[in-house]
Design a protein. Structure first.
Length: 305
């Protein structure tokens, strides 16, 4: 992966009369990223995506794509971007192939049948390409939406809630597809509420709340940057908790369903384990419980939990 910046915003702001949907947003997406764009409902994610795609104009601020300002290069830059905004929509009584042909004809004078076959193959729908879309499951329709976004060979794919309304199998298929796209060299900008999915897929992320950036960085690094919560299973949890509680390096501690939940830094785990063993306790498991959901809620506070 290179460190080439292919999408950035600088003090991006959007106001709707008295409501500020996005405020001074600065984000940076590198080539090859699977970039997670997270935030609760009403945090400005969809508004930001619509500004990036040129669907609405910013009140102020700048958007740069491939190191060029979107405002002065809109047509040429958007040709290099594919997008799926919310739920995919198709002509149900036409085939997937015909739907893609119609969409392609809107953006170019001579739609390429080889390109249509290529994108159908990428999303594992080539064998169903001549079937009517009405026979597709919701997951297949969403994959067809991704295929539509891939027409023309874009370098950047923007997906707004691509797994919304899908069953677990459909979510798994979209996850595999997104990882596959990144493996092919595409950059993926992904908005989602499914924190577990973001944690499994994304290399970098930004969290926004009430239109403002809260944090941005590598997913792994951010999850390791603060104290973790560890689940400790031992033979006498109440007594073990009494031993741990006075230690200065223990940030917090509680017992839940016979398991000690203790918040400490990663470097203190060996010290904690050694203390319990030396105190005569049997340790059955010590597992980190830090997840993107824990981190997300800790940043936004209990009001959004």
């Amino acid at each position: 992966m290179t460190h080439e910046i292919i999408l950035s915003t600088k003090k991006l702001t959007k106001k709707f009369k008295t409501v500020t949907a996005v405020q001074d947003l600065n984000i940076c997406v590198q080539r090859g990223d699977i970039f997670g764009f997270l935030g609760p409902n009403g945090s400005g994610k969809s508004t930001t995506i619509r500004m990036i795609l040129g669907l609405i104009k910013p009140t102020s601020g700048e958007i740069s794509i491939f190191d060029k300002p979107l405002k002065r290069n809109r047509v040429s830059l958007l040709k290099r971007i594919g997008a799926l905004v919310e739920k995919a929509s198709f002509y149900e009584y036409l085939s997937a192939r015909k739907n893609l042909h119609i969409f392609a004809s809107l953006t170019r004078s001579n739609p390429d049948s080889k390109d249509i076959d290529r994108v159908l193959d990428i999303v594992a729908l080539l064998s169903r390409g001549d079937d009517k879309v009405k026979t597709y499951s919701q997951g297949m329709k969403q994959r067809l939406g991704v295929a539509q976004a891939l027409l023309g060979g874009p370098e950047l794919i923007i997906l707004d809630e691509p797994t919304a309304g899908l069953d677990p199998e459909g979510i798994k298929d979209i996850r595999r597809l997104i990882i596959q796209l990144a493996d092919r060299g595409l950059t993926v900008f992904l908005s989602s509420h499914l924190l577990h999915e973001i944690e499994q897929m994304c290399t970098n992320m930004a969290i926004v709340n009430k239109g403002e950036l809260i944090v941005q960085g590598g997913v792994t690094e951010l999850l390791r940057s603060e104290n973790n919560i560890y689940s400790v299973k031992t033979d006498r949890p109440a007594e073990a908790a009494a031993v741990l509680r006075p230690e200065k390096w223990v940030e917090s501690l509680e017992i839940s369903s016979g398991t000690i939940e203790v918040k400490i830094q990663e470097k203190q785990v060996p010290q904690m384990t050694r203390l319990l063993v030396q105190s005569g306790f049997q340790i059955f498991a010590v597992q980190p419980r830090r997840s993107l959901e824990d981190y997300f809620l800790s940043l936004l506070g209990t009001e959004n939990a």
